[in-house]
Design a protein around this ligand. Structure first.
Ligand code: CA2
Length: 142
């Protein structure tokens, strides 16, 4: 069994497709997960969402022990969480930071990402298509 790619989603992304479709689109998180699994082909995936910072950190620790790569949409934790930055620093493999929207076109409080300090690459503004593109990119890296 190959080591999984962890696709980790932060707060409020469980509402995807249900609120603010003009910013985040009409695709639900369940549909995003399905598209990631198709893009991954035979590559194993752990696809998760949490509204809790502690849970996110625990999943990053799990990925450090068991994962081959991380795709993370930290949502609001992107701009606030040195604890998530510290956890990601311990991950030895590639990390893709992903945002559905182009955070740099948005309000100034969305412009500084702590996670970018440790990301191998960043995808922003490609809508939910960014997830399957990230899976393909990570698949090529691991
Ligand atoms: O564009 C992204 O993916 C974000 O990471 C989403 C975060 C926001 O804090 C970042 O700046 C950019 C917010 C996620 C909120 O999720 C919602 C999903 C559906 C409807 C409303 C909010």
């Amino acid at each position: 069994m190959n080591k999984p790619i962890y696709v980790l989603n932060g707060p409020n992304l469980d509402r995807l497709g249900k609120r603010e479709p003009e910013i985040y689109g009409a695709t639900t998180l369940a549909e995003v997960e399905a598209s990631c699994r198709i893009a991954a082909e035979d590559q194993a995936i752990e696809f998760r969402q949490t509204n809790s910072e502690a849970q996110m950190i625990d999943w990053i620790h799990e990925a450090i022990d068991e994962g081959s790569g991380i795709i993370i949409n930290p949502a609001a934790f992107t701009f606030t969480s040195i604890a998530i930055l510290d956890a990601l620093k311990m991950f030895p493999g590639p990390i893709i930071e992903l945002h559905i929207s182009n955070i740099h076109r948005r309000e100034p409080y969305y412009h500084h990402s702590y996670v970018s300090k440790v990301a191998t690459g960043v995808i922003a503004g490609l809508g939910t298509n960014g997830y399957r593109i990230a899976v393909r990119a990570l698949r090529d890296m691991i």
